[in-house]
Design a protein around this ligand. Structure first.
Ligand SMILES: [Zn+2]
Length: 313
């Protein structure tokens, strides 16, 4: 199962506890997947389309909970052009139900499903989160954390996309907005913000999975940075050594080993024999051994001596 499907599936299994949140989440489902139709007997059918049985059951449950008890609800499975199966969660609305849903702002005055975000229904933070979960269930995509961090929701309506961006902003979650083909995308690319999103919609299992991979990835990056840093230091050591060896060889060619002062001569010869060694390692080879700073001081004196003799500086 793709990670998107995992998160959508987990979202579909969460039933809000409070009735305000049930209404908010149902509003999201209606905005994304809802249709109404007037029946011959004058009643109205509200139906929600879902791609899988879990989502359909949730839609059914929310319809049942939010609408009055007289409403008859059912789930039917259909095939579209022999391709994908889809599910319809339907509820037949009596006049009272219709009025009730209109008052809630889920259905407009003409009896059509409301396709925009009604701020009344998402006034409370708990309801904003439920609404987001409903949107993600219908229109959400998320990359596996092993890949690039990316979460998005796809809308075919500018107003809806802007309102969703505003909604996440009110939950202190900054989202980007962009266009792709004829759709508008509300997206998050920052891993910490994706974690926040998963926390907001309450998908704790997916959140844990995401966090685990994120921690492993960040540890791996840290190790890489350290290795790069050590490689850079090694590079510096070698550059310095190459310069020192050239200088010492030129000095010996000019003066001969015997005219290099005794206290510098041992270090000069050790450097030529051990071009890859660090100053600390050279110090350990000396008799008596010298500390790193002692070697550095003596190397500096050797370099000055060599430069004076070679270039008369
Ligand atoms: Zn609520």
């Amino acid at each position: 199962m793709s990670f998107s499907n995992e998160v959508r599936d987990e979202s579909a299994r969460i039933i809000p506890e409070k009735s305000c949140c049930m209404r908010a989440e149902l509003a999201a489902l209606i905005a994304m997947r809802g249709e109404t139709a007037v029946n011959e007997d004058g009643t109205c059918t509200l139906q929600l389309e879902s791609e899988n049985a879990v989502a359909a059951r949730k839609a059914y449950r929310l319809l049942k909970e939010v609408c009055s008890l007289q409403a008859s609800a059912s789930v039917v499975q259909r095939k579209r052009f022999k391709q994908k199966r889809f599910y319809l969660s339907q509820v037949k609305l009596q006049r009272d139900d219709l009025q009730f849903l209109q008052e809630l702002g889920l259905i407009d005055g003409e009896g059509n499903a409301v396709k925009y975000l009604d701020t009344k229904i998402t006034a409370k933070n708990c309801c904003k989160r439920a609404y987001l979960r409903g949107l993600f269930m219908c229109k959400g995509f998320i990359n596996r954390p092993e890949a690039n961090y990316h979460l998005e929701m796809v809308f075919n309506d500018t107003r809806m996309a802007r309102d969703v961006k505003k909604l996440t902003g009110k939950l202190d979650l900054e989202t980007g907005i962009g266009e792709r083909k004829n759709n508008l995308i509300v997206y998050i690319k920052d891993s910490e913000k994706i974690v926040d999103f998963l926390r907001l919609i309450g998908t704790s299992k997916s959140l844990l999975e995401f966090e685990n991979v994120r921690i492993i990835k960040s540890m791996r990056n840290q190790v890489n940075r350290q290795v790069n840093c050590e490689t850079a230091n090694l590079g510096k050591t070698i550059d310095a050594s190459v310069r020192q060896v050239e200088l010492i060889e030129a000095l010996i060619a000019r003066l001969g080993v015997g005219r290099i002062p005794v206290q510098l001569r041992e270090l000069a010869l050790l450097r030529i024999d051990h071009p890859d060694s660090t100053l600390k390692e050279l110090g350990a080879l000396m008799n008596p051994p010298l500390t790193k700073s002692g070697v550095a001081y003596r190397m500096r004196k050797l370099e000055i001596f060599a430069e004076e003799n070679l270039y008369g500086a």
